[in-house]
Design a protein around this ligand. Structure first.
Ligand code: GCW
Length: 681
């Protein structure tokens, strides 16, 4: 069978290491299914399929445990699990955690997967399969795990006509035309499996640039069919809604959140939603951002808007994810805006509102300092929003494993409660007394056979899910897990490929916008470079706004002499960012406008360093090509050829980025290319 990437990391290949394989064959001969709830049935099916593939042997299904049984369940659903007395351990693991342990049951060695809920059992089953797929010895297995973050949610920017905003992997997975009748479409189940294997417990199925029609009965009936499919996988369905829906759907003259008629409209609609989807998760809202309607259109603020929706959802246990991605052309510095709008509202949001904040203050750039709202909103539930889809990373043409970006965000120190107050800890609920926290990622799967189009976009989806479960994982550990399951466990494959996983994101920074440059994209498509000074159109949509390159220097002054955005951070960071010498060089030009001759740590001038970084980025892509070619024998032909061809595209684009940016900056500063620079292609 040709490998087309459809199975992602759930390939369940026979264990290549023969010694380990025979060990697995002895340890896993059968599964004992407890009750038959839909979720436990899924766990049983997954274990049977997975173990059959991994061991290469048939997996029996006896009623009582024998040697080599996998026994799984909750203490309620399984008398065997109950007899193992795991209660103390389970008590500490909440609803979704699990225990996996090798035990003796009536003198027979078995493997137990125990949890407090069926979905915890499902997560434990996927975890066991992950351990086996990565060739972990499990004879002494004793592990337990519970998710760090409460809401682990994927966001789709799918329009109702199936075009996916920033998707790059075909049409939307949701085939509205055949729903609700054809809910057995196997892709829906596989989609849910993929997410559940990571512990993802929510999905927002439609674009934040929302179509009001999603709340009509016509679409609710279809959404409900999807919710039915996702439910046994522990995945709740959420919808993005348009703030002025009462106007668009029912001819209201206003959508003022303080108007009782408007409030009533939402209460009734929400009630309807719960009739269709009894365990509906809630709403995601983009308001007063990029032309979307919002409470400010009626002279109200974000809290007024969010609270009105929250009130309607509250009786049913739903939440509102209210996005903090706001900016307007009138604002002097786009960096400042979300903080300036949201900080005064800290403490004003209802308990079931979660403010969803992109990792950086601008917009999913290849590198951003963290948004200063993290560590500042102390009395408002928050969620971190990441982007798996590669809007700013070369779409689905470039290889860019974003594990390093995601961990950079999670490990960023806000200093909110002194040193070590990382965003990861805040999201894990260890710092402030939040009622809810969340992590969301905009993902891009479409009807492309392998879901994401570039096979390596899968790795960022994987990294997101794993990190939402455990914010302390490292990007290299996750990258290795992913490589092993998705391609091969062979160390001659893993070792060189780990380097690709480590450098691909940085390469993308280097050939596009090194040293803290940002947003040099052509307007609209966000793919290629357009650093030039385009004076037409919205200033904050042109590159000049971000790089401010003039004859004397380059960079955006966000210190006291400029927009003073650095004041939004806690003192330690404000102080650090005040001085270019103490600002990390990889974000230097985010905060400082510096002369072209400014001296860098390397001893090079800023101009020389910039050129050097652009060259490095191109060289890194060439390195990735060589590495990929060196692992040819370990990869199936189809994926090998595809990635190889895409790396050629990437190299072409990297050179284009370098040459466009360097030539433009050179036209501004009039400086010669540093000695030894490669000639433009
Ligand atoms: O990244 C920008 C994108 C828009 C997107 C917006 C957002 C959904 O260019 O396409 O709209 O962010 O996050 O709302």
């Amino acid at each position: 069978q040709a490998e087309d990437g459809y199975r992602m990391w759930l390939r369940y290949q026979p264990t290549a290491d023969t010694q380990l394989r025979s060990q697995y064959q002895q340890q896993f001969t059968n599964i004992v299914q407890p009750g038959d709830s839909p979720t436990l049935q899924l766990a049983a099916r997954e274990l049977a399929t997975g173990l059959r593939g991994i061991t290469g042997q048939e997996i029996a299904t006896p009623d009582t445990p024998t040697t080599g049984s996998v026994v799984f369940g909750t203490p309620e659903s399984s008398a065997v699990i109950k007899s193992l007395e795991l209660n103390d351990q389970l008590n500490a693991l909440g609803d979704e955690g699990f225990v996996i342990a090798r035990r003796e049951y009536r003198g027979k060695p078995i493997t137990a997967i125990a949890a407090n809920s069926d979905v915890g059992v499902l997560y434990g089953s996927f975890h066991l399969l992950r351990l086996l797929q990565t060739q972990t010895p499990v004879d002494q297995l004793a592990t337990q795990s519970a998710p760090a973050v409460e809401h682990r949610v994927v966001n789709h920017w799918d329009n109702l006509n199936r075009v996916v905003e920033r998707g790059y992997a075909g049409l939307s997975l949701w085939d509205w035309g055949t729903l609700p009748a054809y809910k057995d479409n196997p892709r829906y189940k596989d989609y849910a499996r993929i997410n559940a294997s990571l512990g993802i417990n929510g999905t927002v199925i439609n674009n934040v640039n929302a179509d009001a029609r999603i709340l009509t009965d016509q679409f609710l009936e279809k959404a409900a069919a999807l919710a039915d499919v996702f439910r046994p996988y522990g995945i709740k369905l959420y919808l993005s809604v348009k703030f002025n829906s009462p106007m668009l759907l029912d001819g209201f003259e206003t959508a003022d959140p303080l108007d009782p008629k408007v409030q009533k409209w939402w209460q009734e609609r929400v009630k309807k939603v719960y009739e269709y989807i009894p365990d509906f998760g809630g709403f995601l809202v983009k308001a007063n951002s990029e032309g979307q309607p919002g409470p400010q259109d009626f002279n109200r603020n974000h809290a007024d808007g969010a609270n009105m929706l929250a009130e309607a959802l509250e009786p049913f246990g739903g939440v509102v994810f209210w996005r903090a991605f706001v900016y307007a052309p009138e604002q002097g510095d786009r960096f400042r805006e979300a903080y300036d709008e949201f900080m005064p509202l800290d403490g004003k949001f209802k308990d079931n509102v979660i403010v969803q904040i992109k990792n950086g203050p601008i917009d999913f750039q290849p590198r951003e300092p963290f948004s200063p709202l993290f560590g500042s909103l102390e009395k408002t539930n928050i969620a971190l929003e990441l982007q798996v889809t590669q809007e700013y990373f070369g779409f689905s043409y470039h290889l860019a494993y974003q594990g390093p970006l995601f961990t950079e965000a999670l490990n960023a120190d806000t200093y909110a409660k002194g040193e070590g107050t990382t965003i990861g800890k805040i999201l894990a609920g260890d710092v402030f007394d939040y009622k809810h926290t969340g992590m969301a990622a905009v993902i891009n799967p479409g009807n492309s056979r392998n879901w994401t189009s570039h096979p390596f976009v899968q790795s960022s989806w994987y990294a997101f899910g794993r990190l939402a479960w455990d914010v302390n994982l490292t990007s290299s550990a996750i990258g290795e897990e992913w490589l092993r399951q998705t391609f091969s466990n062979d160390s001659d494959f893993i070792q060189p490929m780990q380097e690709i996983m480590a450098i691909s994101r940085e390469a993308g920074v280097n050939y596009r916008m090194p040293l803290g440059l940002t947003h040099l994209y052509a307007q609209g498509h966000h793919y290629g470079p357009a650093p030039w000074h385009d004076k037409s159109g919205r200033p904050d949509w042109t590159a000049y706004y971000y790089h401010q390159a003039t004859e004397d220097g380059i960079g955006f002054d966000r210190t006291q002499s400029g927009s003073n955005a650095i004041e939004q951070y806690h003192d330690e960071l404000t102080n650090k960012f005040t001085d270019p010498d103490t600002t990390p060089e990889d974000i230097l030009l985010w905060f400082h406008h510096l002369g072209w001759n400014y001296q860098m740590n390397s001893g090079r001038s800023l101009w020389q360093e910039l050129v050097h970084k652009y060259d490095t980025g191109v060289a890194q892509v060439e390195q990735m090509q060589k590495t990929w070619e060196s692992v040819k024998d370990y990869v199936d032909a189809e994926r090998y050829q595809r990635v190889k061809a895409l790396l050629q595209v990437q190299l072409r684009d990297a050179k284009h980025w370098r040459d466009a940016c360097i030539s433009y900056f050179q036209s501004v500063n009039g400086l010669p290319l540093p000695k030894g620079s490669p000639e433009p292609a």
